[in-house]
Design a binder for this molecule. Sequence first.
Ligand code: FUC
Length: 785
Amino acid sequence: MKKIIKLSIRTYLILITVFSFAQENNALELWYNEPASNWMTEALPIGNGYVGAMFFGGIQEEHIQFSEGTLWSGGPDSNPDYNIGIRKNAHSFLPEVRKLLKEGKSDEADRITKSEFTGIINTGKQYNADFGDYGAQQTMGDIYVKVGHSGEVSNYKRSLDIGKALGKVEYSIDDKNYRRTFFGNYPSKVMVYRFESSVKTDYEIRFKSPHTKIVQNFNDGVYAFEGKVADNGMPFETKIALKLSDGKITYKDGVIYIKDAKDVVLLNTSSTAYTLTYPTYKGNDYKADNEKVLQELASKSFNDLKREHLRDYSNLFNRVSLNLGKSTQPAVPTNERLQAYFNGSEDAGLESLYFQYARYLMISASRPNSMSMHLQGKWNNSTNPPWAADYHSNINLEMIYWPAELTNLSECHLPFLDFIESLVEPGKLTAKEFFNTRGWMTNTMTNAYGYTSPGWGIPWGFFPGGAAWFSQHLWDHYDFTQDEEFLTTRAYPVMKEAAWFWIDYLTKDENGKLVSMPSYSPEHGGISKGASMDHQIAWDILNNCIKAAEVLEIDDAFTTKAIQTRDAILPPQIGSWGQLQEWAEDVDDPNNKHRHISHLFALHPGNQISTTHTPKLAEAARITLNARGDSGTGWSRAWKLNFWARLNDGNRAHKMLKNLLKPVSSTKVEMSTAGGTYANLLCAHPPFQLDGNMGGAAGMVEMLLQSQSGIIDLLPALPDVWQQGEVKGLKARGGFEVDIQWQDGHVINAKIKGKPNQSSKLKANKNIIKFQLNADGIYEFSNKN
Ligand code: FUC
């Protein structure tokens, strides 16, 4: 009796939902009226930190693809000679190349450097265009759920509520209603997929994996697949535990058959033998992991898991809210909304949805003890994804983590910070053997197996700035959290080693200035004697080490050396057409539209150039940005948005946001101007790369709040279209949390939270104000002050 009542209430609720979508105005929802037909552009991402999954919402068959972040091909077990790409004494050519560069013979220097690095892949073997032993991030597999129903479908809706991190598929067939609910639960380490129907329904469930099968079985309602990656034997296991309200389960030849069930829940847990430990990178007891997860799940119902998930998710997500004013919020599917926005309809609601989506993606893909996000976050459906879905250090990985501290998701930064630490040991070998220096370094491409060499793909594989740029994130984590323990035990030691590399690598030019030689401005130009980005990155790491030493009250020989070196680095140069020079030589082409604008690092994410302290350099940066134009790949548009915000040009930054939100459907690799956003709001390089989503959100913060110069600057780059609005919970350096409310482009109220009695400066409506937090750690600014 009780059960019948419950079911009819549920049916009633389903009906209400089904008939109310058209009017529903959930500001934090992506929704569509068709199933996804393309993984990259339309399927919707969910995740539990460890696993990233995409669901399609097919009516006759649901397709859920998933990947676990630690599953990689390549590495030491793919080849017994694997030694993370280190070639002994590979630096012997450096003196000759330096001499040639000093003599101005850059063509010859370019030829020698390229030929010395070419052909050095992990094993010292010939460069292998198929990635060789470098490896790639791997999909784990796909779950297909066939639903036994037929008839005409009405009221179809596929949605993702990013306020709750719940994916949904709802539709009716005749008078029968169907609903699926999908989410990733981080505390219980499980992916949850529920299929409900108002009538008894049959299902067929299959798991498919591109990897080698070791064992597949079904016991006590739990399906298990144990497999391994072909080239390195990396084992993994995925388990699907079934919980049914009613009905009957049978299993045959890899297929689970369910008969007559109204409520079916799949609990999917996955683990691999990978560990983030150089040099072996394995040893995790993946089966014990899964067993433990399932044991703990035994006593939890779907509702328990959902409650636990909502508590965990809201704790992070609800820290920040954003309202950009005037929102038309048209009741059309998100793909149409994106198109309408691009065609010119004002939709501040879409902009804040895009901002919060980045936070959703980060919470779903980067949680303590999970693997660092890669080029696609945690979402990868391939064994051979674009750029191996690896860790690129010359913009991409850093950009992927830009919003972590800014948007109050400090914990989500940790997987990247762990990853950085894991690169120090192999990175020391690379520094020693390739560049004859102390310290650690890493080049353009890095993988899960400590690959830090310059040899994979020349010349673009060569980028000595990787480690120092990564280390900026360690400093930032301290700067935003004020966690001194972290600074002492984790950040500073790694930062210092990254700085040592630069102290040794920089050499004097003919004027006695320190330059990077040989150097290569990311993916642009030839080998040179002074890529500005290198100088700016070296300046940044040394400067951060000096600041860290001040905090920690360390004043040793290293600090002295760091100060001397920082101050002798060739500073950013202004060239003949007023531009900021990309190289030590004044050779920039004003017609060049290259996507990388590496030499503006000092403006963002660096802090060496600003409109207030170095207005001439800021002006040169502006000239460079104008010359490079407002197009580019996805991430390139996002970076330009951040640059314009740092130049205090809100309207131009907003224009870049619009350009980033250009609807794109192509999934092919395009290197110059085809960037934008897919229907599922993932960033299109193209193909899909998460950097643009994250860089876009970070840029929106830079428009509303900046703190890099020691002042909490409110609304530093507010565009005309955001005349009123409110943001709550953003973070500023110094450990402050900031709420801002504005009207007619002016700050009306602001609230700053931090440690009791902490003091700092704030800039609001062009005035700089010194403030001190009260005994409760609060300071309130109001326009009347
Ligand atoms: C860098 C960029 C490319 C792409 C790749 C993953 O090489 O230059 O545009 O984003 O990373």
